[in-house]
Design a protein around this ligand. Structure first.
Ligand code: ATP
Ligand code: MG
Length: 417
């Protein structure tokens, strides 16, 4: 039996690399524009770092970590995310020693979580993200979100949804905890075993539960934004004010709490609704107490992480080619006799969101090909008299310079890529 890649992992093949490099180049360039410098931390760390940094009552620490003992019996974990490690490095190397200045770092690389693999969810996946340490200012929150949207726009993904919420500070959380305890007390027997554990350890984590029965109770629960103190409320208002100044209209989602324990105040998620169930392409928030909780000086901070695989999927869903341009398809006709058949085909492909152009006016095949080239078309479909009678057309790949006789019925799958 031949050996296959482990479940939940994938090979990124040479033919996919152009798209990955395209995204990575935009990401790097944009981060540098916003004053971030790269940091690379180890792929594995002491398990303790993630337990302390991410929080015991989280799904990541509870069920998703790849943990093993090394030859000396130390407990080691493959990093499930990068914030805890970046904060560790920040403290270990005294990066925040220059008083009053911010430290802004970005990373790109693989993360590991033991999850049920499905579209947009893998066990080894790639994230890029930033961490900005040293400022409480709401402008930094807004700037972080603006930077992410700028990246997505340059990739060709516009119209993403920005959801924001405030999860409050420690005091707000203590109050909210009481509110939640009271509310869930009466329902908890009907809820999943994870939620029963969460109610004891960190009731706010219940809001992130994906079990449907639990969700039905969660929908009726009081929201954290109603429990936040005035300074936290003001912070949220200021973030929204700055976002609006930057031309961004976020949507308040009062049930957004995020999967990690360390968030304070601003929490946000960026969604691409073309992606279905796994539609969050980036997520992040403020973590003003993490550095202190890990043994450092009090240092307010904000960061985010985005998932590469979901971005690649979103590009493909939108017909964006490796360079972020739409993969335009051009339909050429050999004579006016086939125009009706071509018109039907163009409509069917467009209904599947495949960008297609057809020349209605009578033109030579040569000038149609010239037009296709001018439009940067990746494919030209040639509808010919004889071929179309058999339900076939010629599909020409302009980049690979090859052509095949294909079934009209199969075109949709071939072009959806
Ligand atoms: P989800 O609710 O989808 O599990 P999460 O809250 O666990 O997401 P984060 O830890 O905030 O996600 O990670 C940030 C981003 O990384 C996500 O928005 C997503 O794009 C990506 N991501 C997270 N887990 C995976 C995974 N297992 N496979 C692929 N991408 C992932
Ligand atoms: Mg998750």
């Amino acid at each position: 039996m031949s050996i296959k890649a482990p479940r939940g992992t994938v090979d990124i093949l040479p033919q996919d690399m152009e798209r990955w490099h395209f995204i990575e180049n935009i990401v790097r360039q944009t981060f540098l524009c916003y004053g971030y410098q790269e940091i690379r931390t180890p792929i594995f760390e002491a398990t303790e770092l993630f337990i302390r940094g991410i929080g015991e009552a989280t799904d990541i620490v509870n069920k998703e970590m790849y943990t093993f003992q090394d030859k000396k019996g130390r407990s080691i974990t493959l990093r499930p995310e990068n914030t805890a490690a970046v904060v560790r490095a920040y403290m270990e190397h005294g990066l925040g020693s220059q008083q009053g200045s911010m430290v802004k770092m970005f990373y790109m690389g693989p993360m590991f979580r033991y999850e049920r693999p499905q579209a947009g969810r893998q066990r080894q996946f790639y994230q890029f993200g930033t961490e900005a340490l040293g400022s409480m200012h709401p402008g930094v929150d807004a700037e972080t979100i603006a930077m992410i949207l700028q990246i997505f726009e340059q990739i060709g993904l516009a119209g993403l949804k920005v959801e924001v919420n405030s999860v409050g500070c420690e005091e707000c959380r203590t109050n909210y905890r009481k509110v939640l305890l009271e509310y869930f007390q009466t329902h908890i027997d009907q809820m999943c075993s994870d939620c029963q554990m969460r109610l004891e350890k960190n009731p706010m984590r219940i809001l992130d539960c994906k079990v449907e029965t639990c969700q039905s109770y969660i929908r009726g629960c009081p929201t954290v934004i109603d429990s936040v103190c005035e300074p936290c409320r003001n912070h949220m208002d200021e973030v929204i004010k700055y976002l609006n100044l930057m031309g961004i209209q976020p949507v308040m989602n009062p049930r957004l709490v995020r999967g990690l324990d360390y968030y304070t105040r601003t929490a946000f998620e960026i969604k691409d609704e073309s992606l279905g169930a796994q539609n969050a392409v980036a997520a992040g928030g403020r973590y003003d107490n993490l550095v202190r909780d890990m043994g450092g000086n009090i240092t307010p901070a904000i960061g985010f992480a985005a998932g590469m695989e979901r971005i690649v999927l979103a590009m493909k869903n939108k017909g964006l080619g490796p360079s972020g341009k739409q993969n335009m398809v051009y339909i050429a006709t050999t004579s006016e006799n086939v125009l009706d058949a071509a018109a039907a085909l163009v409509q069917r492909l467009r209904a599947d969101n495949i960008p297609v152009e057809l020349s209605w006016d009578k033109k030579s095949l040569k000038s149609q090909f010239r037009q296709a080239a001018n439009m940067n078309s990746r494919y030209v479909i040639v509808v010919g008299d004889e071929e179309i009678k058999q339900g076939k057309v010629v599909l020409k790949d302009m980049i690979k310079q090859e052509q095949h006789l294909v079934d009209v019925e199969g075109l949709h799958t071939l072009l959806a890529m």
